[in-house]
Structure formats: C-alpha cells, structure tokens
Design a protein around this ligand. Structure first.
Ligand code: GDP
Length: 461
C-alpha cells in the first residue's frame, strides 16, 4: 500500500458530486495538481492560494467573460489530507440544475477535465487512501437500497473485510517463510523443521476462508435483495397479497425497467431486508402465443428466485391437478426456500383438505396473519440464519471468486505437503494464494479489475 508521501497528483478533474436536481445546495468537486490555484482564477473573494487546508471561503464564481455565475462557498483541502489524497476544492453553490451546470462549465473553461465515473475514488485508491474493497464499498453505500445493505457496506468501508484478508495473507506469508527456509538449505537436505506445524497452519487457513465464503449467500441477498416469486392459479390472490405487503409504502414501489405486463416486479423492504416481489402471470402450459411468452418469463422468474411462495385459494376445492402442480413446484424449487400459503382464509371452505400442509393461512383482505407471513418470508429467505449487523459478510462476487481461488491454492499446498512434495511446489501454490487474496484489497491489481470496478460508480464519486 502506498504511504502518504507517495501521493501522486494527476491533472485536475471536476464533476458535480451531488445528485442532479433541485436542492438547497450542490457541490462541484475539483481534484488534482494545482486545483486550488486553478479554481482561484475564477474565484472572486479571498486569495485561495494563501489559505490553510480545511478552511471555507465565501466568494463568487466567474465565467470566462468575468460574469458572476453564482455565490459559493469554497472548501479547501491540501494534499494529502483529502478524499483523493490530492489537492481538492469543493465548491458549494446553489442547488438548481442550471446554476450547478454553469459552475461546472466555469471549471471546464479553466481547462479542467471532466472526471470519469468513479475517478475520484480511483485516485483515492491509487494514493493509498483506501483499499480496493473499501473503494468498492463506497459504490455499495451509494447503491444500498435497504438498511442491512447499508450496514454491510459500512462495515466494508471501515475495512473489516480488508483486515481479515490481511490476516489471511500474513498466515500465508508465515507458511511461505517456513517453506523457503527449507529451500535455502535444500542442498544440505534439510527437511521442514516442522511439517506438522505448517500443515496445521494451512488447514486452519482453509477453514477460515470457508467461514468467510459461507457468508456470501446471505451477503448476496442483503446486497441485491431477495428475489421472491408468487405463484399460484389465476385468482389465487397473488396481486392482492402483493398490494397488501407493499401497502402504505406504495411510494417506494418502482416498476423495474424491462418488465412486461406478464410479470410485475416491486421493490419492498421488511425489517431492513430488501425483497423484489414478482407476480407471475402463470406457469401453466398454454397454446396461446402471448400467454406462452408470459409463461416463459414466469418460469425464468421462478428459476432465478431466492424464495418461492405458492398461493392456494382456500375457498376453492383442491383439485388433483393443482396438488400435482404444488408438488412439482416444490420439487423444482430444489434448494430454493419454498413456502405454501393458503389464501382467502376469511372465506375458506368448511371442510379443508387434510392432505395439504400449509405454512400459514392468511387473508389479505382482512389482514389476517400478514405480519406472520412477512416474518416467515424473511426467516425462510435467510434460511433461519439470523443476520446480525455486526457480522462480516462477503457481498461481492469478485471477492467470493478470489477467496475461492485462494482456497483452491491453499488446498493444493496441503495436498503437496501430504504427498511429500518438495518445498518449491508448495511455494508456487502459496504464492498463487497470496496473489488471489491481494486482488481483494488491491495489493495486486490489473487495469481490467480497476476499470470494471470504478466504472460502476456514478460521475462525481
Ligand atoms: P391473482 O389472479 O392471483 O393475482 O388474484 P387477485 O389478487 O386478483 O384476486 C382474485 C380475487 O380474489 C379478487 O376478486 C380479490 O378481491 C379476491 N381476494 C384476494 N384475496 C382475498 C382474501 O384474502 N379474501 C377474500 N375474500 N377475497 C380475496
């Protein structure tokens, strides 16, 4: 990791750092070499180049013709004490779309270049201000759509994942040192002083990586939301239930782009966990082409679901056909949690079918057992793993892949050890594992990794 004195100041870049729209204030950020002196050219007020770091100055921004664009506050950050590590000016102006744009243009007129998405954070990473996993957490923080996703991004931002990975790397470095000791004395035919100790260390490491990997499933759900499909015969009460669940929070319902009338997705949060609810059109074989397309989409939603909820109308007799349907879905769900809900319990048939084993019987119309249903959905989605916000979760598939690769290499080293291979074979595996882990925190990076990570950011970050 770079030290603070290794700060590189690249050419200045600028972008609007706040969301586009009308607000009280907006912030335009300028970061890079001589950012303060450059902004000073368009600033009427104190001489910004003569001011201390972390001070705020009232003044006016002028355009190329010397006309006043807006009254602003300029906050100064001297290198390396800024977000990017570079010299930075944050200009707070009035929040209108046009005013903000005009201030940005005044900056561009000074010859400052527009920042690429995530470029500020990329510079922060390159200057050692944060690890790669922390930089990614900034993106997660911005995109977080539920309280739990936010908690987990905060943890990553604090560097907790990074600390774990560093500890793993240290364990491997220790192991490598033991192996290399042997290599040094290879000609004298010295065996590892402590083969058992080395093996113990690696086995322990394998287990710890396993534990961290095991959090990925929960982490993924927390970050992306639980994809939930409602299935059942037409008129089973699917859309009524969906509306009941989303209820007063209707405002947060967003139609997710790309959906058709065949499936409707709504965003819904319960107890800090985000759900993406999909009302399927139906999953039965059909001759009708339009309907068949709907069935295809519904099938896809079912296949990709993290939770499947089958609704059976209790006011109608259970046909043998539907009973087969339910069994078929339950089987097709496989590992995916599947819940069977009886609906319209307010008008349920007197004689109920004893053969069915419902998880719950509800009435969306009368609000019966709705709270219980919400709890059940959360519990089943997380497979009874109570998630507490203090536990560290792996939420990124990139991190999971790197951990898996590292684990494979550690396992291969253990195998080499067991087969009595020489130290150089072990050293190859261990170095590879070290490299895999290094890609998580950013000790080892490639252009490709950086590009794909930082392009996920919005401009201004
Ligand atoms: P979908 O086709 O599965 O989406 O079913 P709908 O939600 O459109 O419901 C079909 C019909 O059942 C509508 O007339 C609803 O008013 C009615 N319905 C839905 N839930 C309940 C309920 O809990 N009790 C009663 N009595 N009727 C319900």
């Amino acid at each position: 990791m770079n030290q603070q004195n290794d700060i590189t100041q690249k050419e200045p870049i600028t972008a609007i750092a706040t969301p586009v729209g009308e607000g009280g204030i907006a912030v335009i950020r300028v970061s890079g070499k001589n950012a303060i002196a450059t902004v000073n050219e368009a600033f009427k007020g104190n001489d910004l180049t003569a001011q201390d770091s972390h001070t705020v100055h009232f003044g006016k921004i002028l355009d190329g013709e010397g006309e006043v664009v807006d009254e602003v506050l300029a906050t100064l950050f001297h290198a390396p004490k800024s977000y990017t590590g570079e010299e930075t000016v944050e200009i707070s102006c009035h929040g209108g779309v046009l005013v903000t744009q005009a201030v940005l243009e005044a900056m561009l007129d000074l010859g400052i270049r527009s920042a690429e998405p995530g470029e500020f954070t990329q510079r922060a990473f390159l200057n050692g201000k944060m690890e790669l996993s922390q930089a990614e957490a900034v993106a997660d923080l911005i995109h977080a759509k539920s309280k739990k996703a936010l908690d987990s991004a905060h943890q990553q931002l604090e560097g907790r994942l990074g600390e774990h990975i560093k500890q793993f790397r240290q364990q491997i470095i220790d192991a490598t040192a033991m192996v290399e000791l042997e290599l040094d004395f290879a000609e004298e035919d010295v065996e590892f002083a402590n083969k058992e100790e080395l093996k113990e260390l690696l086995v322990e490491l394998d287990e710890e990586i396993d534990n961290l990997l095991a959090t990925y499933e929960t982490g993924r759900l927390v970050k992306h939301g639980v994809k939930t499909v409602f299935i059942g015969l037409p008129n089973a009460g699917k859309s009524t239930l969906l509306n009941t669940l989303v209820g007063k929070d209707r405002a947060i319902v967003t139609e997710i782009a790309g959906t058709t009338r065949d499936t409707i997705d709504v965003d819904w949060s319960y107890d800090g966990l985000r759900f993406i609810l999909t009302d399927t059109a139906g999953l039965r074989e059909t001759e009708d082409i339009v309907e068949a397309e709907g069935v295809k989409r519904s099938q896809k939603a079912f296949d990709e679901a993290d939770l499947a909820v089958y609704l059976k109308d209790l006011s109608r007799e259970l046909t043998s056909e539907e009973r087969e349907d339910i069994a078929r879905f339950q089987k097709a769900a496989g590992e995916t949690p599947f819940v069977l809900i009886g609906t319209k319990n307010d008008i349920a048939l007197e004689v109920e079918d004893e053969r069915m084993d419902y998880d719950l019987k509800i009435s969306a119309l009368e609000g019966e057992k709705i709270e219980e249903l919400k709890k059940l959905m959360k519990q089943r989605a997380l497979e009874n793993k109570e998630y507490d916000s203090s536990s560290l979760l792996v939420t990124s598939s990139r991190h999971r892949d790197a951990l898996q690769k590292a684990q494979e290499n550690v396992r291969s080293a253990i195998q080499a050890l067991e087969q009595g291979m020489t130290g150089d074979f072990l050293a190859i595996d261990l170095r590879a594992a070290l490299k895999d882990l290094g890609t998580i925190t950013g000790e080892i990076t490639t252009e490709d990794i950086l590009d794909s990570i930082f392009s996920r950011f919005c401009i201004g970050k």
